[in-house]
Design a protein around this ligand. Structure first.
Ligand SMILES: Cc1ncc(COP(=O)(O)O)c(C=O)c1O
Length: 531
């Protein structure tokens, strides 16, 4: 006897639809209530569970087991994920470019997840397309692109890739406007050069490779001592490229370098780009929030002269991941990525004949999240000035930390910042460079494994160092001093040969039993690490 087919072909209760809308409300309220408790109760940025413990928990879930239903699945998922997540709103989180998220944006995220709009074509998104476009125009206006356009992307990496793609297509266009093909295209492609500093984001070099450029296509432009592009050096590099018979595809400046938080001199670079007709791309993934800063907007002076700009809303606009945009000064530039498909955006319905607005025409993605909704809700709830005040707040905090550390006998500042990073090493008198180098990853690791404070590490001018990225406007100078005290005590402990790494305590939730612990066992001493 064959098993009868279910009447609707769906697993009962699996989908959000009219007859499960009440279940949706109950399930979401439970998730939100639980998360509200966790957010309020997070006593440290990470619970400190080890990779081994987490792997065991992850492997312990039987993905082929009997289904448990939505409420239990969400409870179990929260227990696994939220109990062991890294909390970016905690003041002792100061590692990477992650921000606490704007409350209205989180509400909007719930909306867009439930409705599941895809903003590729108008017929799938209607008002969402219009809202995204309005925000693109708003951002373009803030930059100073009166005839500009743009599109939301998944992040700065994607925005930079698309910018360089547009620049490449422009460089591969013949004087009559035709797209170069065949041998002429191959020959020119091999001669295209991208000029950027070593402080630029790695996505620039990787994009160059993805775009088929030569291995040595990215030319490193020297910087000043603070890591900002040196316009004089750029001028010489432009001459060198021309003398070598190569072609400048783009000059990339960074408005907020990832490590140093420095802004390249956009105006002087724009002068040089104008003189040789080079495409200027401003990577403002980090510094984009300056667009709304009441006190620091001037740091972006000249950005309106760029041909393209990356802005990451999920950094300095306090948006949940993902939310970024690529903006262009000349709307027509975006047509270089347009591709038509009969089922989606047929050529005969494009341009003037397009009664709608198919954003897929401007994007490298097809199905695409309606991330713009989050920024929309944030601007309405908090206002652009409110967002900008938070950007100024984190920059002020970084300036205060720099002032606090100036002349410190143990924590040595390595570089200034325009935005909100702090680069430093623990190196009191008597600690040589090799020992100070070895301390950097170990201090970071000990703090991470304790879960009490999360800081990053990087390399500046060839030397390892610790890095704070301050993106939490609620963090105080005292909070940062607390993190730095942990750095000091951990470094002293390592120098003294104390054992300082984590044991196998069970993963924790809520009151985090390890909070009071200052030192936990380590697998090797600093002396061993140096051998
Ligand atoms: C200057 C800069 N550009 C681009 C990116 C890449 O952004 P995303 O991580 O959103 O892809 C980053 C990330 O930190 C960055 O700092």
């Amino acid at each position: 006897m064959p098993t009868p087919l279910p009447v609707h072909g769906t697993t009962p209760g699996a989908l959000l639809r009219g007859d499960t809308a009440a279940d949706y409300a109950v399930a979401l309220h439970a998730v939100v209530d639980d998360l509200a408790d966790r957010v309020a109760g997070a006593r440290q940025p990470f619970c400190g569970a080890s990779r081994r413990e987490l792997q065991a928990l992850v492997d312990g879930v039987d993905l082929d087991g009997p289904p448990v239903g939505t409420p239990d699945a969400l409870r179990e998922t929260a227990e696994l994920y939220a109990s062991h997540a890294v909390w970016f709103h905690h003041p002792a989180y100061a590692a990477h470019l992650n921000c606490p998220v704007a409350l209205p944006a989180v509400g909007a995220e719930a909306m867009l997840a439930a409705i599941n709009t895809s903003v590729d074509t108008y017929d799938q998104s209607t008002v969402a397309t219009l809202m995204e476009q309005r925000l693109v125009e708003w951002t373009a206006a803030r930059i100073g692109f009166p005839d500009g356009d743009g599109v939301f992307t998944s992040g700065g990496t994607q925005s930079n890739l698309q910018a360089l793609h547009l620049a490449r297509e422009r460089a591969l266009t013949a004087p009559d406007g035709a797209r170069l093909g065949g041998a002429a295209r191959r020959d020119r492609l091999g001669r295209l050069r991208v000029l950027a500093t070593g402080s630029g984001h790695f996505s620039v070099a990787r994009s160059a490779l993805l775009l088929g450029l030569d291995d040595d296509a990215v030319v490193a432009v020297p910087t000043d001592d603070a890591g900002r592009m040196d316009p004089g050096a750029l001028a010489r590099a432009l001459v060198d490229v021309e003398r070598a018979g190569d072609v400048v595809m783009a000059v990339v400046v960074t408005a907020g370098t990832t490590d140093r938080g420095c802004v390249d001199p956009i105006g002087p670079v724009a002068d040089l780009c104008d003189a040789v007709g080079a495409w200027l791309h401003v990577d403002a993934a980090y510094g984009g929030g300056l667009l709304v800063s009441p006190r620091r907007r001037h740091l972006l002076d000249g950005v309106e002269r760029a041909r393209s700009v990356t802005v990451d809303f999920h950094k300095t606009f306090f948006q949940p991941v993902s939310s970024s945009a690529l903006l262009v000064r000349e709307a027509a530039d975006l047509a270089r990525v347009t591709w038509h498909a009969d089922y989606l955006n047929p050529a005969e319905e494009s341009g003037e004949r397009n009664p709608d607005l198919n954003l897929v025409d401007k994007s490298l993605q097809t199905t695409r999240r309606f991330d713009a909704l989050k920024l929309w809700a944030t601007l309405r709830a908090v206002g652009a000035d409110g967002v900008g005040a938070m950007v100024d707040g984190v920059c002020d905090l970084a300036a205060a930390v720099h002032a606090d550390l100036a002349g410190d006998a143990e924590l040595r500042l390595l570089a200034p910042t325009d935005l909100s990073t702090v680069l430093f090493r623990f190196q009191p008198d008597g600690v040589d460079d090799a020992r100070a180098d070895a301390l950097v990853p170990r201090v970071r690791r000990v703090l991470f494994d304790s879960g009490r404070a999360l800081v990053a590490k990087t390399v500046i001018d060839g030397r390892p160092c610790l890095k704070l990225t301050l993106l939490n406007p609620d963090t105080t100078l005292d909070d940062v001093r607390g993190v730095l005290d942990l750095v000091r005590s951990t470094a002293h402990g390592l120098l003294a040969g104390e054992e300082l790494l984590t044991d196998d305590a069970p993963p924790c939730r809520g009151a985090h039993p390890r909070l009071e612990r200052t030192a936990v066992p380590h697998d090797a001493t600093l002396e061993e690490a140096l051998r």
